[in-house]
Design a protein around this ligand. Sequence first.
Ligand SMILES: [Fe+2]
Length: 273
Amino acid sequence: MPLVFAGTANHAPGITSRREAATPAQREVFFSAYAELRARLERARLDALVVVSSEHFTNFFFDNAPAFCIGLAEAYDGPSEDESFLRIAKTTVPGAADLARHLARAASAEIDLAHSQELLLDHGIMVPLHLLVPQMRLPIVPIIVNCLMPPLPPLARCYDLGCALRRAMDAREERIGLLAAGGLSHWPGTPESGRLNLEFDRGFLHDFLANNRQRLIRHSDEEISTSAGPGGHEIRAWIVASGATEGLIGEALCFEPIPAYAVTGCVATIAVV
Ligand SMILES: [Fe+2]
């Protein structure tokens, strides 16, 4: 059974921690889009969900910063943040360990993937899971991308990882979904938090929806830092999704600037079946 669901969305902690800070109109647009993504995910009747997100100093630090790390565990605890802050109850999410081992083994023919039995889930995965699979019973395979500690994995390498994962997924019997979470432009943890670059976001989303590999991977790290902020490097997760859906056109479910969440609310899906 090939990949049967692919989606992308923001994961900024403000989405849950200060949900009411956005205007009612912004909330309606953004959370309706997330609800539509959830409906499509449920219709896909997934056996497992591969979630690509970014490192936030939750699992790795400067002493060991893998470009990509796949979780092989039977279960994952999260969120790592204070639950009263994130407003997501601490829980244990099941891991799709057998699938993860297959993906790690198969993708390693093309990409050097670190692997871990002990990944913690932070807002980067828990915010989207909270909105898409709130019972937290769908087994996941987390994949963490270093979007934080330079040197970062090249954008082309992220696309290649997606291609390798897709080939590995398509060899399985399970109904597998892929969710990429993060970005787009944002300046988290800086005095500029709340700043957005709509031109960058609009352009990236356009290239993402068209799965235009050449344009997606053309950005230098310096350009991303300047134009999209330190959080802009999280476009890597989206580019992994592009590699996994090579040749397919995406559909934007929302594009809504929400400074209160410190991101442009972007939710998209790719019809993979
Ligand atoms: Fe993030």
